[in-house]
Design a binder for this molecule. Structure first.
Ligand SMILES: Cc1ncc(C[n+]2csc(CCOP(=O)(O)OP(=O)(O)O)c2C)c(N)n1
Length: 370
């Protein structure tokens, strides 16, 4: 029997060496101070204000959506508070022609990409019109099957490449999603074909009630990209500037033919998993909640902008009021949509209806016309 593997061949040491290489990328610290000047993207004043506006607006949208859900005016809803930097700063690095393949929590990104809010509300109600993005709004319907959008993103990205487009396909899942087979298939396929994809794992610490540390033995989720041979980075997901820069660079690599990137955004979901009965107090303590609240992405960005003289209480109130008005209008418009019929569901499923569905369609059509 020879020696046990040691030195450069020692599997444990190799793993540790790789894991130690992953440092969480941050530009703004918790107080909104620039701690990594070298990577400051130097966004214009208008861009900084726009990004802050979107984050504040989205926080209000989240609060209103929760309350509309409690009133029975919305259906499925997955809260987003705490994840605004992760969601909106990554989106901010995209171009209009890029494709978004969202998970169920990623409604804000598709709304800012052009899906009218009233349609997003219809999605929440399970109405098929909620999934019909207007022409030119390159978004797919939010995916409920965990991780499935990773495989689809590899495919959409490859399609973009084959058509010679200078665009990317971006997708999001959670820490739990990174344990799914589809996750590995998606990043592996995109890596093998150098598809222009951006894979974002929003590590909000919990997959429903399962803590991230129980989810995987990997020290970071970012490092999972190594196995697929693709660039990967762990980012402070409560820091809008860091998320923006990581996504901007990933996009640049993708459209330059360098393939996909995996980005882990370390963040927190303040609310319950969804509004369908989850009680986070059963698996999280107030101490943990408070620890993360101190890292809040909006507070941090507000401090940063106020330091530059670009933001004020009055400006924030204006955004909040506008958000409330527009949300009110959008829910009204969603209410005005024709009630969904069973025949709508059937006729929207296939371009050519299969025989068995054709039969059911006729039965329901007769019933609905009574
Ligand atoms: C394939 C599949 N398995 C299980 C579920 C049930 N499920 C819904 S959400 C969820 C947890 C997902 O957690 P994570 O990926 O961390 O995303 P988060 O909800 O935290 O954003 C599970 C297991 C599902 N929707 N799809």
């Amino acid at each position: 029997m020879g020696e046990k593997l040691s030195k450069e061949y020692n599997p444990t040491a190799v793993l540790q060496e790789i894991e130690d290489k992953f440092q969480m990328f941050q530009i703004l610290n918790e107080n909104g101070e620039v701690v990594n000047e070298e990577y400051d993207p130097k966004l214009s004043d208008e861009e900084l204000i726009e990004l802050m506006t979107r984050m504040v607006y989205t926080r209000i949208l989240d609060q209103r959506s929760i309350s509309l859900n409690r009133q029975g005016r919305l259906g499925f809803y997955a809260p987003t508070a705490g994840q605004e930097a992760s969601q909106l700063a990554s989106h901010f690095a995209l171009e209009k022609e890029d494709w978004i393949l969202p998970g169920y929590r990623d409604v804000p990104q598709i709304v800012w990409h052009g899906l009218p809010l009233w349609q997003a509300f219809l999605f929440s109600r399970g109405h098929f019109v909620g999934n019909q993005a207007p022409e030119g709004v390159n978004v797919l319907a939010p995916q409920i099957i965990i991780g499935a959008q990773y495989v689809q993103t590899a495919g959409v990205a490859l399609g973009l490449k084959k058509r010679g487009k200078k665009n990317v396909a971006i997708t999001y899942t959670g820490d739990g999603g990174s344990s799914q087979g589809d996750f590995y298939e998606g990043i592996n396929f995109a890596g093998a074909f150098k598809a222009p994809a951006i894979f974002i794992v929003q590590n909000n610490q919990y997959a429903i009630s399962t803590p991230r540390d129980v989810q995987t033995a990997a020290k970071t989720i970012a490092q999972k990209g190594i196995a697929a041979g693709i660039p990967c980075i762990q980012v402070d997901g409560m820091d809008a500037l860091a998320v923006y820069v990581a996504t901007r660079d990933a996009r640049e690599r993708a459209i330059n033919g360098e393939g996909p990137t995996l980005i882990e955004t370390v963040c927190y979901r303040y609310g319950p998993h969804t509004m369908s009965g989850d009680d986070p107090t059963r698996y999280r303590t107030t101490d943990i909640d408070n620890e993360w609240a101190a890292k809040d992405p909006i507070v941090r960005f507000r401090n940063y902008l106020e330091g530059k003289g670009l933001w004020s209480e009055a400006k924030e109130t204006e955004v909040i009021e506008r958000a409330k008005d527009e949300i009110k209008e959008a829910i009204k418009k969603a209410d005005e949509a024709p009630k969904q019929k069973v025949t709508d569901l059937i006729s929207n499923m296939y371009e050519e209806m299969p025989q068995n569905l054709q039969e059911q369609y006729e039965i329901y059509k007769a019933k609905e016309s009574k």
